[in-house]
Design a protein around this ligand. Sequence first.
Ligand code: ZN
Length: 421
Amino acid sequence: MDATPACPVFFSTAFDGGNGELTDAALSDDAVYTARLNMGKEPFTEGTDKREHHQWFYFKASNLSGVARCVFKIVNAGSSSYPAAWPGTWAVASFGGQEEWVRTPTTYDAETGELCVTVEIPPHQPHVYVAYFAPFTYEQHLALIADCASARAPDGTSPLCAVSTLALTAQGREVQMITAGSGPLKLWFIARQHPGESMAEWWAKGFLERLLSADDDLARLLRTQATIRCVPNMCPDGAVLGHLRTNACGANLNREWAPTGDYMAPTVERSPEVHAVLAAVTAIGCDLFVDVHGDEELPHIFFAGAQGIPGWNDRHAELYRLFATAQLKACPAFQVEHGYGNEEIGEANMAICSDHMADQFDCLAVTLEMPYKDTLELREPAQGWSAPRCEKLGASMLEAVPTPANIYVIALRFNWAVAPF
Ligand code: ZN
């Protein structure tokens, strides 16, 4: 009996964050492996989404010895959550472990709705991983939390943060929060409500590593002026399941912060991640809230502010301007020209996290968006917007956060009678 398979290349997605369902594959005589696949769909999302999201892909081909090229045809790209995002998108590929990612040629046919990813396979490479953006796996998440927990002050013994678990997800994973500093300002940072926006957790890694640096004077100062809380992965279930947009229940977490129209309030059963964070912020209070995301279509880094909340006023506007100006200075890839545009006062969707926070706590609250593609302001053609650039942007946030020192100046200028936060 001949046990040799017709095609010796194996296709797999059975790993953390994997997504891709193979329909057929073949290896040609000229050593080109061609696979056709679908992105697996997420559970149906109630509320206004009313769809089965799919946009994230992450898969592996192995036994590539003797294969010159892999061509992956993602045939349901046209029906995905954001088909307009595909033109100009290049997938990433990794030949080693999953540490180093490079951009690989990707084309989109709007007629057929097929996204085609081509990877040239160097000699002696046994396998290749392909993904929408550099993944940030649950193992990496746990390692990040462990690194934070082991950060020590210069005395070598005092921890620089506390690690707490706010809730368990539907599948039993922890929603974890890092708390650092002891100052009176209450600063909140959350990332990756949309689990396929892995750039958000790369951002959080860079932010936390600098925040918990024993010898970075800016971090030391911020820790005396503020108490900083960070949830680096708001949707661990969705991340492990290879979702773009939703948790294991199909909840779009960034549409569950308040009941508004078709949107729902968070519940322990459906969106424990939001329910727990909202309860913590309500108990503790909030002076600044930053919610970190990725945008599939726009090739820019930008803030989406809360200009549409009913109570938007000059103080909100000046705090927002100060924050955006400081972030612009701290990272030249950030910009303020392009984004979602400002809503009219009263038109905000209060089910969205940053709008709800700005309204509820009368504070500065923004959504930070990063691209999947690249930044037009500061292109990096080989890598596009990449994991290391996300980390650097996260670290730069320490230079942009409003502190008592710089707020005092504008408080005087605007003659605010009360503390500006
Ligand atoms: Zn998002």
